[in-house]
Write a protein that binds this ligand. Sequence first.
Ligand code: GLP
Length: 252
Amino acid sequence: MNVDFCARIKLDGDSPIPLYSQIMESLRKAVECGQLRPLEKLPSEREMAESLNVNRLTVRQAIGELVSDGVLMRRRGLGTYVARQKVEQGLNKLTSFTEDMISRGFIPATKLLELQIVPADKRVSQALGMSLDEPVIAIERLRLADVEPMALEMSHLPAARFPGFLLRNKELAYKSLYEILRVYYRVTPTVAMETLEARLATVKEAALLKIHYGSPVLQRERVTLDHEDTPMEFVRSLYRADRYKFMVRMGK
Ligand code: GLP
């Protein structure tokens, strides 16, 4: 975006609507109608203030609100950019990350962070209907779309049900977990119960997801059942709140 764009923003000094709010709405509309494109850089606050003939603090306030709304993003030391559009994820269908990304035209990728057999803790054993300390396969993966980190997933599967799973470590780096379960174990995820809640990223999570420590993330937990209604997977997925919004269709 160059400063000429600011010349097109018409501000009304007599309006009861504060100037920062008028600037904010003009920028928001420009993003919505595609006049300003995702990842486009905005002029500096000083340049915008000069071009709009307003105080720099007025511009700062407008930009600050749009950053909080997720319309713009600040990159430390680099400036302000138009944020990318969020991935809209439906919650009505049991899908895999791989399917979700492919259906949106992204190239899914996985970084396998951990694969081991561990004793089930209280939460995992309850979710999977197992006894405490029974062996479970713990799989931690960073999920990427077009090389960008989108989610961090920790899945637990009952170890007795998936013998030899640890040998699949190489495949897990490029294949869908659900595909591996279907192809090698003839187990199909059929039903899932999920919860969704917001929290802040820890230092480790933020580093992996390439967001700032303390940024908001959306935590989704899923207990997946097979075609016989037996729990086969417990997953905690952590999605970047700046990249995801969830959508659900409901009827009465
Ligand atoms: C989504 C779900 C997870 C599930 C995963 C499987 O991300 N939130 O609960 O484990 O998909 O994805 P894939 O089969 O691509 O590995």
